[in-house]
Design a protein. Structure first.
Length: 436
């Protein structure tokens, strides 16, 4: 589905629908599923190109591309009942597919475009990139009969469920433009991804530009319909890091332009005071004790609220950290535990906040861990993420036994300590750096 910024006004895409039975009326599928073939004549306003484009006003409208798929789920959003496919591109198309009426629970169905997961945490900062990966809209239909399957209304409106902002970044008030290479954005209620059935994961939104630019297009979906603070972590094409905030009320279905004033982080030295925030060895960090700093974000992350990567213990030696950065020892994690800390939520992400000195803090997100069934010494072929948003697990480089290594563990209750964890499981890493 292409998105294009056109028109002021309310509705984004109108689809005219008719439901038809297939040649195999009321067919019973393998396993007893009750399928009915549906043909929907669909039309929607907008241009005939799939990519985004600038236009008058600030409402996002959308257009089909051939092969676009729309997932249909039951009324409570728990069960996928089928997938419909667009036959042609443009403002008018035909959607066809089989819907399983045995899975319908209630009198409505919800149509979700896209059929695949919409990831907002992997953006490239361009309009074309958003059209390819972050284009997302939904609509509903009321079911009037299951046999044959018919709908109460012959039309449905698909509404864009994200805002799109063209951000411009400057260094200080009235300062020069910042040529952005990577960005991380965090705010309460910011959606990181949307699953096939519409289930949402809240978290930071990140991205990397192929070509650095001071104008960055970002799709943001926010479940908080209110004025709030968006926090930015930016790296430019010269390796400099910046932070900044912007107060805004970004409404889903609209596009905006905004200028964000950034503050460049200074370079840390061995004389930097405890609690000083700056950059050392290519990463932003905070000084936690004389001549030692901790990164402000996890390995593989682009902002403090971003979970970053999950790694087995065997992978730590090839983690690819910048020069001078390393996985901490058990002793260094125990020293971190001694710092005053509390469970908290920062920009909608649960985690642990360490107060280094008054007014200067370090945040570790509760990203859980990926279990690989190490209890029996085996590796699970289908690893599962456990305790996401309730527990944090962070590796040390100190071995406990042949099978285990020391790990920092904290929970959403007042509990934090260094324990041991199976080396085959995948945990987060918070890098350390010596300043001398």
């Amino acid at each position: 589905m292409k998105i294009t910024k056109i028109l002021c006004g309310g509705m984004l895409a109108v689809l005219a629908f008719t439901a038809c039975e297939s040649n195999n009326d009321n067919a019973v599928a393998d396993g007893g599923s009750y399928l009915q073939h549906v043909t929907l004549q669909a039309s929607m306003g907008g241009a005939d190109t799939r990519a985004l484009s600038e236009g008058e006003g600030n409402v996002i409208t959308a257009t089909f591309a051939a092969g676009d798929q729309v997932v249909v789920v039951d009324g409570d959003g728990s069960t996928i009942v089928g997938t419909l496919t667009a036959a042609t591109a443009g403002k008018e198309t035909t959607l066809t597919g089989d819907l399983d009426t045995s899975k319908l629970n209630g009198e409505t169905v919800t149509l979700h475009y896209r059929s695949a997961t919409a990831n907002y945490d992997d953006q490239v900062g361009t309009l074309d990139g958003i059209a390819t990966g972050q284009d997302y809209a939904t609509g509903t239909l009321t079911v009037s009969s299951l046999d044959p399957l018919t709908f109460e209304s012959n039309s449905v409106t698909l509404v864009a469920k994200q805002s799109i902002t063209k951000f411009s970044f400057t260094d200080g008030n009235g300062g020069p433009a910042v040529s952005v290479k990577t960005f991380g954005i965090a705010a309460t209620g910011l959606v990181q991804s949307i699953a096939t059935n519409g289930t949402e994961t809240v978290g930071a939104v990140t991205g990397t530009l192929a070509t650095a630019s001071s104008d960055v297009y970002v799709a943001l979906r926010n479940n908080i319909n209110a004025l709030q603070t968006y926090s930015f972590t930016i790296k430019d094409d010269g390796g400099n890091w910046y932070t900044g905030t912007k107060r805004a009320n970004l409404v889903n279905g609209k596009n905006y332009t905004a200028t964000v004033t950034l503050t460049k982080l200074p370079t840390l030295t061995d004389e930097s005071a405890v609690g000083t925030v700056g950059v050392v060895g290519e990463l932003p960090a905070i000084v936690v004790e004389s001549k030692k700093a901790v990164a402000l974000m996890n390995a593989g992350a682009l902002c403090p609220e971003d979970f970053g990567g999950y790694y087995t213990f065997a992978a730590l030696s090839g983690l690819g950290l910048p020069v001078g950065w390393y996985v901490p020892t058990e002793t260094e994690l125990n020293d971190l535990v001694k710092i005053s800390s509390e469970s908290t939520t920062q920009n909608g992400v649960n985690g642990r906040l360490f107060t280094i000195v008054e007014g200067k803090t370090l945040f570790l997100p509760a990203a859980g861990y990926i279990d690989r069934d190490a209890e029996g010494g085996d590796t699970d072929a289908t690893p599962i993420l456990f305790y996401n948003s309730t527990y944090g697990y962070y590796w040390s480089l100190t071995t406990y036994s042949d099978a285990k290594a020391y790990t920092l563990v904290f929970s959403n209750i007042p509990s934090i300590n260094v324990y041991s964890e199976y080396k085959v499981n995948e945990l987060n890493v918070r890098p350390f750096h010596a300043l001398n």
